[in-house]
Design a protein around this ligand. Structure first.
Ligand code: ADP
Ligand code: MG
Length: 407
């Protein structure tokens, strides 16, 4: 006996043994990659998504990350088939699905408001999609029972959604999306309705379930931390376009643009002109001349002298010292040193955020300290300090993307 796991809809007919029925195995085999080829979506004259080409390999946890209105949901809806594509192609597995209706794409969507049917029981909620697919009763019973057991909520099967906590409802919504054995699960801000504690717990759970099932997850979020903690790959979007596609680690440690540097890590951005580039075997060191700050040394790429460029400095890797006028009078500041005045100190728990203003230019800067390391006795609001940093923590960006000021 075999189970049809729904791949026929996308032209990859494959069957797997039904004994023992193992949803985990079935889902892992069903997982498909998703590809976008020059995909554009216009609403009248509004370009919501512009010329996106992207490959999401099967079995990855991919987050679409970016500020509100950048086109994340539109991308998701085009993959799911809830939105027409203006131009370009969407592929699931190897199959172009542009003209396939949503129900035939073997994708499943989990929404922010879980959209559980309030008058149906938990069991009926999960079973609903299988009924729509005309799955026969004995198999429905097996599949719903199995997935309820996996998420640890078998005992709730006779209850109504309102008799469950927010976190439990979220798990039921996930079970309902998975029970039809989709090739790709899409989640649009699935955690944003939850309070902070629950959100962190459910995040861990989502990741665990994705790993357990080996399924392709594509999730929309505007939370950097959420994207970092969940993803194998993060797709950063701005204004309907891709900005950077990378692992969380790469995004944090090697931002590819000013926007990513600012959005991912509160980095300090300096703009100026390339004065010189010194290359050795290991590294190109760019000397960036920044008005009011002199020369800043950055690690970077060879770049034509005289061109406009920018660099970013990690706020947690800066060194801060009290400004000593006696020492300062007799010396000129070395490279990568800035005199600034502390304008605000915010203790946020583990991290203390220190806002500063550069004396020479008035530019706002940010320093992040571990709260226990922050010496509040002699560094406080109104005080002048010297900031310094190593060139190894400075990222240089040729001017290729506009500078977006978000905060
Ligand atoms: P995000 O999910 O990143 O917040 P969306 O994909 O929802 O962004 O929206 C991207 C852009 O497309 C926005 O400018 C939004 O106003 C516009 N948009 C989305 N849906 C529609 C629609 N149905 N009609 C017109 N404009 C839309
Ligand atoms: Mg959205």
């Amino acid at each position: 006996m075999t189970i049809d796991i729904g791949r026929k809809a996308v032209g990859v007919s494959k069957t797997i043994p039904a004994s023992p029925p193992n949803i985990q195995q079935a889902l892992a085999q069903a997982a498909a990659g998703v590809a976008l080829r020059s995909v554009t979506k216009k609403y009248g004259s509004v370009i919501a998504v512009e010329n996106i080409t992207l490959d999401i390999p099967a079995g990855r946890y991919c987050c679409l990350l970016g500020p509100s209105g950048c086109g994340k949901t539109t991308v998701l809806r085009m993959i799911a088939g809830h939105e027409d594509i203006t131009s370009g192609d969407v592929l699931i597995g190897d199959k172009r699905v542009n003209d396939l209706p949503a129900a035939k794409r073997s994708t499943s969507m989990m929404f922010q408001s879980y959209a559980l049917f309030p008058h149906k029981t938990i069991w009926e909620n999960i079973e609903f999609g299988l009924k729509m697919q005309n799955v026969k009763e004995s198999e429905r019973r097996a599949r719903v029972g199995e997935i309820l057991e996996m998420i640890g909520l078998s005992h709730t099967s006779d209850r109504k959604p309102t008799q469950l906590s927010g976190g439990q409802q979220q798990r039921i919504a996930l079970a309902r999306a998975l029970v039809t054995r989709p090739q790709v699960l899409m989640l649009d801000e699935p955690l944003s309705a939850l309070d902070e504690n629950l959100r962190v717990r459910m995040r861990t759970e989502l990741r665990k379930i994705q790993k357990q099932f080996g399924l392709t997850f594509i999730q929309v979020t505007h939370h950097v931390e959420e994207a970092f903690s969940l993803s194998d790959m993060v797709v950063v979007m701005t204004h309907g376009r891709l900005d950077q596609v990378a692992t969380p680690d790469e995004l944090y440690n090697r931002p590819g643009s000013q926007f990513v540097a600012k959005f991912m890590g509160d980095n300090n951005i300096f703009t100026g002109k390339v004065k010189n580039v010194i290359s050795d075997a290991e590294l190109d060191v760019v000397q960036l001349e920044v008005e009011g700050f002199g020369i800043l040394y950055c690690r970077g790429y060879s770049s034509p002298i005289g061109t406009e460029a920018a660099c970013s400095v990690r706020p947690d890797l800066i060194h801060v010292e009290a400004y000593d006028p006696d020492i300062a009078a007799g010396s000129t500041l070395a490279g990568n040193q800035v005199v600034a005045r502390i304008t605000a100190v915010e203790m946020t728990g583990y991290v203390t955020r220190v806002s500063l203003m550069a004396e020479a230019t008035g530019q706002e800067l940010l320093y992040k300290a571990r709260t226990n390391d922050w010496n509040r006795d002699f560094l406080s609001e109104g005080q002048l300090v010297v900031l310094s940093w190593s060139k190894m923590i400075v990222f240089f960006f040729p001017i290729k993307t506009a500078f977006y000021n978000f905060f």
